[in-house]
Design a protein around this ligand. Structure first.
Ligand code: MRU
Length: 369
């Protein structure tokens, strides 16, 4: 997508140095646009854990490139395979909920098995990292085309009046390699000339909606309004939301959806008000092994400083201010699970389906057991 008219992906190999990977450091957006170099596995682990990069697809793509850098590092050691495996474990341990992370590491390990020499394995790792990133962008583009049809339908029913879409957190291009998941149908519909407006949940505690989704939409020229997290129910009761589209960090093949904390409450409000609630995801975000998302998806708990402090821009600088009494106890659950019964449909790169094992496996028969 474009930033000030220039095309960017969220991760790429440095143009003049194939041993360095570059990312957009998302921590200071929208106020500062910083490109960061990642040169070793520790850089990659820190970038994922401390959320320089974030979002399911981008975490997966970062892990993919991280495994390539792990292979480069392991070339210097006598036990190449053992070192690469250890680096994979280090990367997987950084964040527990987004399934794309372990998916990308496993895909790399499997791909490297095709070769026997460390040099050959390293070449394969670079190729596979690029494939993971390209596929992520391509799948998001395709799911955007499928999802745009839902928006187009609503627009027709409203005789071309503006379609109001509510989204939570940032499942935009910053959360992937390009296009995004929840935002891809919005960009595709907007680019076709359909009138859209997006209600952007601010998404406490890290405010990915207010900071990142708002910035993305603004860069693309899509009309939007940032709202406090508690506003959605009120808007739905008053007919001001035509549909919700959210992303996901892990969705079971039975249709239970883990996404940023607060998503479940939006889905409940949507159900109560007959507002369609869609989840957009590339297939790398499906968990093919778990049936019951509420019981089985691991939910990340992050440091309490994210809840107690707010981060923003003042007098030309990024600052943090304390919101609570200094010694307040706080809890920081980063995700929740929306049960499949509250989900109208899943928007994937292969098309749109019901949130049920039958429908998901019909689209992805290769995962039938
Ligand atoms: O904690 P984050 O920012 O990595 O959370 C991920 C998200 O951005 C959201 O949960 C998003 O809606 C799904 S990831 C595409």
């Amino acid at each position: 997508m474009n930033v000030q008219g220039k095309h960017f992906r969220t991760i790429w190999v440095k143009e003049d140095d194939e041993k360095v990977v570059q990312i957009i450091d998302q921590r200071n957006l929208p106020h500062e646009f910083i490109i960061e170099d990642l040169k070793n596995v520790d850089d990659f682990a820190r970038a994922i854990k401390d959320m320089h990069v974030r979002g399911a697809g981008l975490i997966g793509a970062t892990a993919g490139y991280g495994m390539y850098i792990a292979a480069l590092e392991a070339l210097k050691e006598s036990d190449f395979d053992e070192q690469v495996k250890k680096s994979g474990e280090k990367l997987i341990a950084t964040r527990p909920t987004a399934v794309n992370l372990s998916w990308a590491v496993d895909r790399q390990l499997k791909a490297m098995e095709q070769a026997s020499s460390p040099e050959e394995k390293t070449k394969i790792a670079l190729k596979t990292a690029k494939e993971i990133a390209d596929e992520d962008a391509e799948f998001c583009k395709r799911l955007g085309e499928h999802g745009a049809k839902i928006i187009e339908e609503i627009s027709k029913k409203k005789s071309g009046e503006t379609v109001n879409i509510l989204t939570h957190c940032n499942a935009g291009w910053l959360a992937f390699v390009d296009y995004g998941s929840a935002t891809a149908p919005i960009y595709a519909a907007f680019d076709k000339g359909i009138k859209v407006h997006v209600w952007v949940d601010e998404t406490r505690p890290r405010n990915q909606g207010a900071r990142l989704t708002a910035w993305e939409l603004e860069e693309h020229g899509v009309p939007y309004t940032v709202i406090a997290d508690n506003v959605g129910g009120h808007l739905m009761q008053h007919g001001l939301v035509d549909l919700c589209i959210v992303g996901t960090d892990r969705t079971t093949f039975t249709g239970d959806v883990a996404n940023k904390i607060g998503t479940y409450l939006k889905a409940l409000a949507a159900k109560d008000n007959n507002v369609p609630f869609y989840v957009a995801l590339p297939s790398s975000t499906f968990d093919w092994n778990i049936r019951d998302g509420v019981k089985e998806i691991p939910i990340e708990q992050r440091g309490d400083e994210e809840v107690k402090y707010a981060r923003g821009f003042l007098d030309g600088k990024i600052r943090e201010v304390l919101l609570t009494p200094k010694n307040a106890n706080s809890a920081n659950y980063a995700f929740d699970v929306t049960p499949s019964r509250l989900v109208t449909g899943l928007i994937t790169e292969r098309g749109i389906c019901e949130a049920s094992d039958k429908a998901v496996l019909e689209l992805y028969p290769e995962n039938k057991k």
